[in-house]
Design a protein around this ligand. Structure first.
Ligand code: MG
Length: 324
């Protein structure tokens, strides 16, 4: 059995042997220039720490330039957007302006969360949904975003419905690819429920289907199975996987070629709940996936501002030696 010391040594040897070298280069190439931006906690750190801006919600949008400066000072280097709308704004800020403000503060926008207009996928709304993705992909390509990620679960009640979900995701993936982006999917807990052929509803406990039920499969596994690896990747939210009673480490090992991005999330501020083994998660990600982007996501805080919570998450990642 490989103990942790051997595991880390083997990972180091892989890196030293160049097996991970190409991937490591792509990570360092993604580090934005910091000239002109002030730094505090993050200065001197080579860690590439991403933030999903949903974590700050209205606190950021109250004053975007000041908020971005604070994010940079905490040590974050990359952002994943939320709040895109069909007018081409991020919340109320035009995308080009948002991008310029990020540039001014040495923050690189690498990803975005966008939901299509409907969660019910049918043959009659496919064209409209693909038109939506075309505009979203083009808008984000203009500001240099790499990943176009759907964060919301579509209707997934049966095995048959999952086939259509795969078809829509592949379609979005083709459109994103044509625009120079990669299309991905982000999970919550519901994707780890089970469905069956001809089913009417997903069940988080497979026993509810009865002991003689046939063809039960996990929604997330069907998403992986029904999508083309060249068109669709997965952003694994490790906290929501745990909440769905799934093991994020096991998924990263089994699907290391499909899971390319992580959401690093805890019940509230990272490392404080005791329910997330981030050391194992990061070690597995470096070892099994190699190069990956990740974004901190914060929810569930009490008695503190979102900015304070987001700073607590950055402090944790900057301090922890298992985060490279
Ligand atoms: Mg998330």
């Amino acid at each position: 059995m490989t103990n942790r010391r051997n595991f880390l040594r083997n990972a180091s040897l892989l890196a030293a042997g160049g097996l991970l070298a190409g991937k490591a280069e792509s990570i360092s190439a993604a580090v934005p220039q910091t000239s002109g931006a002030s730094c505090a906690a993050g200065c001197g750190s080579s860690k590439v720490i991403g933030l999903q801006i949903y974590s700050l919600a209205q606190e950021l949008h109250a004053n975007v330039p000041v908020g971005l400066k604070r994010i940079k000072e905490m040590g974050y280097t990359t952002l994943e957007l939320a709040g895109y709308n069909k007018d081409g704004n991020i919340n109320k800020t035009p995308m080009a302006d948002f991008k310029r403000m990020c540039d001014d503060n040495g923050l690189l926008i690498t990803s975005t969360h966008v939901n299509p207009p409907t969660r019910e996928y049918t043959s009659s709304n496919k064209a409209e949904t693909m038109d939506f993705w075309k505009k979203a992909a083009d808008d984000h390509a203009k500001i240099g975003v790499k990943y176009l990620i759907q964060p919301g679960q579509p209707a997934t009640r049966s095995t048959e419905e999952m086939a259509r979900v795969g078809e829509f995701f592949n379609g979005a993936g083709e459109i994103a690819k044509a625009a120079g982006l990669k299309f991905g999917y982000h999970n919550h807990a519901g994707e780890f429920a089970w469905v069956q052929p001809g089913g009417k509803e997903a069940q988080s406990d497979r026993r509810r289907f009865g002991k003689d039920a046939k063809g039960l499969e996990v929604i997330y596994d069907l998403m992986l199975k029904n999508t083309d690896p060249s068109l669709v990747f997965f952003e694994l939210d490790v906290y929501w996987a745990v909440m769905g009673q799934a093991d994020p480490v096991d998924y990263m090992r089994r699907y290391n070629d499909r899971i390319r991005v992580l959401h690093i999330k805890d019940r509230a501020v990272l490392g404080q709940s005791g329910m997330m083994n981030f050391e194992m998660i990061f070690n597995t990600a470096y070892y099994a996936i190699g190069a990956f982007d990740y974004f901190v996501e914060l929810e569930g805080i009490r008695n503190m501002t979102q900015f304070e919570g987001v700073k607590g998450c950055a402090d944790y990642l900057l301090k922890m030696p298992f985060v490279r």
